[in-house]
Design a protein around this ligand. Structure first.
Ligand code: AMP
Ligand code: ZN
Length: 136
């Protein structure tokens, strides 16, 4: 059996509450929900995170995540969706099979946004942009 929890879920070796599937991606409920209706979307093929994933799997996951978000709006009363995908332990990733969190939101809910936006230093932002641009 695979050591990867989400591969075990995809294989049916660990139970899950599936809500949708496509050729490349599967959506199931998060059993430790950050908000009511919290779902996860994963590629069928094992890949650790978004940094390692093929464009086709990233596209398939995000497309299915958007469908799940639209269903959360129409069926669960969500008025917003927070999409999250953590990559690597230092970002807080705990399950090392790419997944997109689909977290239904409503105004004034208890979900805590992970940062309080504040204006950055323009020169520093330009410097980071130049280094990223050179690699892209
Ligand atoms: P992350 O911290 O981004 O790697 O997220 C992993 C997510 O998997 C967490 O939100 C967990 O609540 C969720 N999770 C862990 N075990 C299971 C499981 N057996 N079924 C569904 N979701 C799970
Ligand atoms: Zn896996």
């Amino acid at each position: 059996m695979s050591e990867c929890l989400f591969c075990q879920i995809l294989a049916g070796d660990v139970p899950s509450i599936r809500i949708a599937e496509t050729e490349r991606a599967v959506a199931f409920m998060d059993i430790y929900p950050a908000a009511p209706g919290h779902a996860l979307v994963v590629p069928r093929l094992h890949v650790e995170d978004a940094l390692a994933a093929a464009d086709e799997d990233l596209a398939a996951c995000m497309a299915l995540a958007a469908r799940v978000g639209r269903a959360a709006e129409s069926q669960l009363g969500a008025t917003g969706i927070t999409y999250l995908s953590l990559a690597r332990p230092d970002a807080g990733q705990t399950v090392f099979h790419l997944h997109v969190h689909v977290i239904p939101r409503v105004a004034g809910d208890e979900f805590v946004f992970p940062w309080a936006p504040a204006a950055g230093d323009p020169a520093e932002i330009e410097g980071h942009a130049a280094r990223l641009r050179a690699a892209l």
